[in-house]
Write a protein that binds this ligand. Structure first.
Ligand code: MRU
Length: 368
């Protein structure tokens, strides 16, 4: 079993045509976080520079940066931004600023556990370093955020390595939402498996669910796969059953936002439906996720908080009203797939299969 920080990335580097999802520019003391603004894709590659905690919180809340691991890395740097302003302050003020930044960022989105995991790591280092000289303590907090970013990149590569053998030599792969490089600091989770399989010579064709209401599949995954020159076809979410019935799909793979101790998995709304369809059509359904997405404090999926988002995302997404003004709307952003529908969870430490509490504890237990 590998420690994530010791896994070495060996997958091909990002295609030069896919800009980095996030990057810290400058020194820890005066630098800032640059995000690829995903709300503008696929029409424009625009960057958003975040110099304050509030900028990062807004970017997470509005999905300029999204995907569980990328949210975690962005939030980790967000805590550092909160500390820059109190660089020379007394230790108590420094600790309070770390707590305030962490709390502000943690209040943005409730489901992806990577967010809480990452801000807690930086907050803890900031607390431990509070009595150190100003430059040293800021450097230590920044270094923790940088480490989270680098670990995430290594975890993506390892997930690709562990998952590529589960892909067919030739055939269709269905994915939902975006679990690619846009959702992480590296090559992604579900898409890293596909990239690694293709790099190993497999001939895959990816079916991309549009992913209503915010179209992460159509806007982001379709774009990312095109940049990487991976053969792909976009389908509306409601075509998934028929595409499976037609025999076009040999395997389904998605990412995850939070995985409970029994393997129940929260991911983008619509994932549970796909897993049920996979079961009906005897198609293996895999989840790919780093250890930072497991939350062993939650016994099962009923304990996972599910984000509800604004009605307007459904009724007038992307600026055009498509439903009557007064209609009631329920817009959960995630659902929970029961563990028994998941053939395996591909992590940076290996594949957990069957998905059972004891197997999860053995692979993930130590770090939680
Ligand atoms: O609302 P989003 O776009 O943040 O939802 C993202 C997902 O559901 C992803 O599948 C998940 O975070 C895994 S990303 C590697």
């Amino acid at each position: 079993m590998n420690d994530a920080s010791r896994t070495s990335p060996d997958s091909p580097p990002l295609s030069p045509s896919v800009p980095p999802t996030l990057q810290w520019l400058g020194t820890p003391h005066t630098g800032y976080l640059r995000l690829l603004d995903q709300t503008q894709l696929p029409l424009q590659c625009r960057f958003r520079d975040c110099r304050r905690v509030e900028d990062v919180a807004e970017a997470i809340r509005s999905l300029r940066v999204r995907g569980a691991p990328a949210i975690g890395v962005a939030a980790a740097y967000g805590v550092v931004l909160g500390l820059q302003a109190v660089r020379k302050a007394h230790a108590d003020a420094w600790r309070s600023a770390a707590d305030a930044a962490a709390e502000r960022l943690a209040a943005t989105r409730p489901t992806a556990v990577n967010l809480f995991w990452a801000v807690d790591r930086v907050r803890k280092v900031a607390h431990d370093a509070a009595a150190s000289p100003p430059d040293e303590r800021l450097q230590r907090a920044w270094h923790e955020a940088k480490t989270i970013e680098e670990e995430d990149r290594a975890m993506c590569a390892a997930i690709g390595r562990h998952g590529r053998d589960l892909m067919p030599d030739r055939g269709g792969v269905l994915t939902h939402c975006n679990a690619g490089s846009l959702a992480t600091a590296g090559d992604g989770t579900a898409l890293a498996v596909i990239y690694a399989a293709v790099a190993a010579g497999k001939q895959l064709h990816v079916y991309v669910d549009e992913t209503r209401p915010l179209l992460q599949g159509a806007r982001l995954t379709a774009w990312e796969l095109l940049q990487r020159e991976i053969p792909a076809t976009l389908i509306v979410d409601s075509a998934a059953a028929w595409v499976m019935q037609e025999g076009r799909v040999q395997v389904i793979i998605t990412g995850a936002d939070r995985i409970a101790a029994n393997g129940d998995t929260a991911n983008k709304i619509g994932t549970y439906m796909l897993a049920q369809l996979a079961h009906t059509h005897a198609i293996p359904f895999y989840v790919a996720a780093p250890s930072s997405t497991f939350d062993l404090t939650r016994n099962d999926g009923r304990d996972i908080p599910i984000e509800r988002r604004a009605a307007e995302e459904v009724t007038e997404g992307f600026g055009r009203r498509t439903a009557p003004r007064d209609i009631d709307v329920y817009n959960p952003a995630f659902d929970v797939t029961p563990a028994e529908l998941i053939r395996g969870i591909i992590t940076e430490r290996g594949v957990i299969s069957p998905v059972e509490p004891e197997n999860i504890r053995q692979v993930i237990g130590q770090s939680s």
